[in-house]
Design a protein around this ligand. Structure first.
Ligand SMILES: Cc1cc2nc3c(=O)[nH]c(=O)nc-3n(C[C@H](O)[C@H](O)[C@H](O)COP(=O)(O)O)c2cc1C
Length: 291
């Protein structure tokens, strides 16, 4: 039998989406599939074309898993740009997955699914996985703390087993886009109007303590968006996605900001939406529901 080819593409400034990508990779390897993984922070801009050509040339069935953190109720722009860059009708299938920080998973899965379908990639499944909120890293009681946990991992493995089965079928039935439209119509419409770009205006300024900063470049090395330049101290360009890796990883603690208002807004949003289930996989037929 021809080997199934699995492509996993993800973006993960704080590591939770990478963790899910690794669970997917390990489980497929255990099932004997061929797997190629790509971290978008380390890929050149033609990665979408490269993967499309490989999917087109694949002799067995191939499936593309695309993973993103939820940022301001959407998938991150870099992930959407990757999907937009795929060639149409490569004959492959797709599975979008997101990690979210317990505030609201928004319309990220829906938008990723829609774009993947537009590229002619039927959706064999999808997953949203609760993760620690990456903007709350200094807090003891960060939303999503301890996630993804062993139950989340198990759920993802079950998704992989299911997709693996589907890839054995001649004409596997996929999920519908409407399965991913799980927000209410009003909330969905509200979320369509907000964006990371617009939210940037409300993000607090970062200041550099020039006494402490020794221009070691760690902040630029850990920036997944390649947005830090030096003049002579760090400056944050338009591509910044506000993951705050620069601040988290600065060995001199020279980058500062006050996130207290943002934390309150996140908590208010979590209380408003009270989104459940926290982690969920979407399959036909449905496999698991967690509360
Ligand atoms: C700029 C920014 C915006 C975020 N927006 C949301 C959001 O709208 N809803 C939510 O639940 N979590 C939100 N999060 C939290 C992340 O979705 C969550 O922590 C995710 O697991 C991070 O993935 P990573 O560890 O792969 O970077 C946001 C995080 C950042 C940095």
């Amino acid at each position: 039998m021809k080997k199934k080819k699995i492509f996993i593409v993800y973006f993960s400034p704080a590591g939770s989406t990478r963790h899910v990508a690794e669970v997917i990779e390990k489980q497929f390897l255990a099932l004997g599939a061929e797997v190629s993984s790509f971290d978008l922070a380390e890929c050149s801009s033609d990665v979408a074309t490269t993967i499309s050509l490989q999917m087109e040339a694949s002799e067995g069935k191939s499936c593309l898993f695309v993973g993103s953190p939820v940022y301001v109720s959407h998938a991150v722009p870099l992930v959407m740009e990757f999907i937009a860059g795929l060639k149409e009708n490569t004959g492959a299938f797709a599975v979008p997955f997101v990690t979210w920080g317990g505030a609201c998973s928004g319309i990220s899965l829906y938008e990723m699914g829609k774009e993947l379908l537009n590229k002619g990639l039927p959706l064999l499944g999808a997953a949203k996985v609760l993760a620690v909120h990456s903007l709350m890293w200094p807090l003891e009681n960060a939303l999503g703390k301890g996630h993804p946990d062993a139950d989340d991992d198990q759920m993802v493995k079950e998704l992989v087993d299911h997709i693996n089965q589907k890839l054995h079928e001649d004409h596997p039935e996929g999920i519908k886009l409407s399965d991913l439209a799980y927000q209410s119509k009003e909330n969905h419409a509200e979320m369509e109007k907000i964006s990371l770009q617009a939210a940037k205006a409300h993000m607090p300024e970062r200041t550099i303590d020039t006494e402490l900063c020794n221009q070691c470049q760690v902040c630029s090395d850990v920036c997944p968006a390649d947005a830090v330049t030096f003049a002579p101290y760090p400056e944050f360009g338009d591509g910044c996605v506000f993951c705050f890796n620069c601040m988290k990883k600065c060995p001199e603690e020279a980058i500062n900001t006050d996130l207290s208002e943002i934390w309150q807004r996140i908590k208010d949003r979590a209380a408003f939406f009270s989104e459940k289930p926290y982690s969920q996989i979407f399959t036909i037929p449905p496999l698991i529901q967690r509360s």
